[in-house]
Design a protein around this ligand. Sequence first.
Ligand SMILES: Cc1cc2nc3c(=O)[nH]c(=O)nc-3n(C[C@H](O)[C@H](O)[C@H](O)COP(=O)(O)OP(=O)(O)OC[C@H]3O[C@@H](n4cnc5c(N)ncnc54)[C@H](O)[C@@H]3O)c2cc1C
Length: 139
Amino acid sequence: MPAHGGLKIMAHGIPVRKKDTPYCGYRVIAVGDAACFGDGFTGEGLYNAIKSSIIAADCIKNSLKNSDFSFSDYFKLIEADICRDIKISLMLTKVFYSSVFLFYNLLKKNDNYFHACCRILRGERTYKEIVEKLKFIKF
Ligand SMILES: Cc1cc2nc3c(=O)[nH]c(=O)nc-3n(C[C@H](O)[C@H](O)[C@H](O)COP(=O)(O)OP(=O)(O)OC[C@H]3O[C@@H](n4cnc5c(N)ncnc54)[C@H](O)[C@@H]3O)c2cc1C
C-alpha cells in the first residue's frame, strides 16, 4: 500500500508574482491571488489577500472622493509594502530551497531563526524587518 493510503493526491499552485506582474491600472485593481500576491517562501496567500483588500478599499474610497481612478496610490502603497516583502521572500526562497537540509539544521540549532519564521507567519513582522535584524542580506 502506498504511504498516502491509496488516496488521490491533488495539488494547486499558489500564484506568486514576477517582477513586472501587473496588479492595477486605470479603473482596475487586483487583490490577493488575482494580483499574484502569494508568498513563495511560505506558500501562503491569505495574509496578503486580506492586506491588499484593506489597502484597495481605502484607495477606492479616495478615488470616489477625488474622481481619480488611476489608482496610483494603490500602486505606490503596494510597491512599498507587499511587493517589497515578496521580493525578499523570493530571494529567501532561492537561498532556502537550494539547501533545505542546511537550513533545517540551522533552524533546529538556532531559536532566533525559528522564531523569526514564526513571527513572519503570524504577520507580526515583515520580511524586511526580519532580514534587517538578522543582517544576512544587505539592501
Ligand atoms: C489547497 C490550498 C491550500 C491553501 N492553504 C493556505 C494556507 O494554509 N494559508 C494561506 O495563507 N493560504 C493558503 N492558500 C492560499 C489562499 O487560499 C489564497 O491565497 C487566498 O484564498 C486568496 O484569496 P483571494 O480572495 O485572492 O482569492 P479566493 O479565495 O480564490 O477568492 C476568489 C473568489 O472569487 C470567486 N470568483 C472567481 N471568479 C468569479 C467571477 N467571475 N465572478 C464572481 N466571483 C468569482 C471565487 O469563487 C472565489 O470565491 C491555499 C490555497 C490552496 C488552493
